[in-house]
Design a protein around this ligand. Structure first.
Ligand code: JFZ
Length: 437
């Protein structure tokens, strides 16, 4: 809870227990798909390309004119997400560039007016729901296309001297934040009204302070009240800057952080968002693709610290997943098929159980099972589990439910020794399931 002058205010009436119940499907799910798709997919060099290269609307127009996603097949996306074990998906209905993948009454800058000739958000929603995947919208608070959105420090048209207040004032003549705010509220109302039950809303993002924007610019409190009224079950991220109403958001969003840093989020409700390659939008020439093992580490480290992972795909301009994303998802699907019991409904282990070096731990509190992720496979055929003596009833590999023998130590150390076969199961990170007494 963020408190301002010690004050916290309630945005809507809900007890902690009710909130936990509302979010249960999401905290159980642990793994979702983020999809960043827009006109920047044509540039194929980062979703911030308009900002990075300080492009005007006129210079950016070619991407709108050429947008023609002839291979867009959201059913294929949904099958991929499902196979990888992802339980929810969040699509950029509008990113900072301002282009809307949905049909909006309030703008012409939208997919139906491109060669796509249709509402792509509706097709996304239908396809993912049909696969049993929960659906969410990312909606950018920032808008680099709207004529009323004032030029600020992250705007493509910001002055060369980014600290020159007079220059901002000059550039902003004729721009009216109140009008943009109304546009933003209108569009969110459309998204919350026209597509049935929406499970997640990801508002992004605030940067209060000089030449920035926050709560009062967005009208965040009113916006959230409207969202809660239209979609009572929805789960909302924390990037709209709610100030003393921070409780009106549902989860924290550590972004692109290292797995080692996630321990500090234990006890909170959170989701880390991560990319395959660094950028969120399709970036053809990026060479920093994460390995299968790094992706698994992100998922395992999230779950073993009590949080979710939303892993991003940036489809190409033609509307397909790039081959590198496809391959990464296939590998995750292979691993999840065998090991997802260590992910869903799991969290960090009770204090008494420590993860030995080269391993990580998760725990299912309902079934009282511990999961030991073998990042380093024990070469000598055994693994010492300190303090586990007398606490384990049965042990098996998760991928095939094959028994693993173990022995409580006969000294006073409290150790237990688990025996593992010479032959490592065919998974980058095999999982041992320990059933507690
Ligand atoms: C934002 C976007 O700018 C980016 O393009 C992408 O959509 C990502 C998911 O979100 O980037 C942010 C937002 C917030 C922080 C950092 C980057 N933050 O709070 O540190």
């Amino acid at each position: 809870t963020l408190s301002v002058n010690g004050q916290t205010k309630k945005l809507f009436n809900e007890t902690a227990a009710q909130k936990q119940q509302r979010m249960k499907w999401w905290t159980d799910a642990r793994f979702g798909m983020f999809i960043h798709w827009g006109l920047y997919s044509l540039a194929a060099r980062h979703e911030w390309v308009k900002n990075h290269e300080r492009l005007s609307n006129e210079q950016y127009q070619k991407y709108f004119d050429e947008f023609d996603p002839d291979h867009f097949d959201p059913k294929a996306w949904a099958r991929k997400a499902k196979a990888a074990g992802m339980k929810y998906a969040v699509l950029t209905s509008k990113h900072h560039e301002g282009f809307c993948l949905f049909d909006s009454k309030y703008t012409d800058y939208k997919a139906p007016n491109t060669q796509a000739h249709r509402d792509l958000v509706r097709e996304f929603v239908d396809a993912f729901r049909a696969e049993g995947i929960k659906v969410g919208f990312y909606y950018s608070l920032i808008d680099w296309h709207h004529p009323d959105f004032p030029i600020d420090r992250v705007h493509p048209l910001r002055p060369k001297d980014e600290k020159d207040s007079a220059a901002y004032a000059r550039l902003n003549k004729g721009r009216d934040m109140a009008k943009y705010r109304e546009y933003l509220h209108n569009q969110v109302r459309e998204l919350m009204t026209n597509y049935g039950k929406i499970d997640i809303l990801w508002l992004d993002f605030s940067y209060p302070g000089q030449f920035g924007k926050g709560k009062d610019d967005w009208g965040s409190v009113e916006l959230l009240k409207m969202v809660r009224r239209l979609q009572p079950g929805i789960i909302v991220d924390n990037r709209a800057d709610l100030g003393e109403y921070a409780d009106g958001a549902d989860f924290e969003t550590p972004e692109q952080v290292k797995p080692e840093t996630l321990e500090k989020y234990r006890g909170k409700t959170w989701e880390t968002c991560q990319t395959f390659s660094g950028s969120w939008g399709y970036y053809r020439d990026e060479t920093s693709w994460k390995t299968h093992r790094q992706l698994l580490d992100l998922l395992i480290s999230s779950v073993s610290n009590g949080g979710n992972l939303i892993l991003n795909v940036g489809p190409t301009a033609r509307g397909e997943f790039d081959y590198r994303a496809d391959n990464a998802l296939d590998s995750l699907a292979y691993w999840m098929h065998a090991n997802n019991r260590a992910i869903y409904h799991c969290t960090y282990a009770p204090e008494t159980f420590k993860a030995p070096a080269g391993t990580k731990l998760s725990y299912n509190p309902d079934t009282r099972r511990l999961y030991l992720f073998l990042f380093d496979y024990p070469e000598n055929g055994s693994l010492l589990l300190p303090g586990y003596k007398g606490k384990i009833k049965y042990a098996q590999f998760l991928n095939d439910d094959s028994e693993l023998l173990f022995k409580d130590g006969d000294d006073n150390s409290g150790d237990l020794t688990l025996t593992v076969p010479k032959l490592k199961p065919p998974y980058d990170i095999p999982v041992v399931e320990l059933i507690l007494k």
